[in-house]
Design a protein around this ligand. Sequence first.
Ligand SMILES: [Zn+2]
Length: 214
Amino acid sequence: MKILALSDVELPAVYSTRIRERFPDAALVISCGDLPYYYLEYVLSALDIPLYYVHGNHVTEITQDDGETRAEPWGAINLHRKVIYDRKLDLALAGIEGSLRYSHKPHQYSQARMWWMVLGLVPGLLLNKLLHGRYLDIFVTHSAPENIQDDTDLPHRGIAAFRWLIKTFKPRLHLHGHVHLYTPIKPWKTRFHQTLVVNAYGFREIPWPLPKDW
Ligand SMILES: [Zn+2]
């Protein structure tokens, strides 16, 4: 099976009537944030597979025809501050949304607040180890871990607690977005201890279980 990871920018290869032919082996979609809901809802309904996501730092509230507002895509599963075991796919997932705080808007957090939220995942990770033999398969965040594929400006600086989590709980994969890849020299895939850190900017099709040479 394959994971279709999405983040930050909409691409015509994904937002296409041929999406099923383009991604025939996708068994789940993971969005790392900053994508409009209509885009995620299109992918979800066209592929008809589970879609897990975290919000980025840019979250829009939309008003529906009935006047109600909502700030999440329909039918998708929000991973923020959650540890979820998908029984059907035999996958342990956990996530943290947002970025470092650089203005007075929601979905931005201090490093200390990120630590607090990451530590909140620990009981669920320990339970996974007990029940399923490993702490975590895929860690999903919007921001990058500290000093891995991050940037030096405050909004795009990496998160220290993410780096600690992947070193300590050894997920096979850490998917993030937020850092836009405008030049091919910027790294989008880094091995860190036992974890492959992947920037999902645009889209990435990732084989699962992860091959050793991927
Ligand atoms: Zn972002």
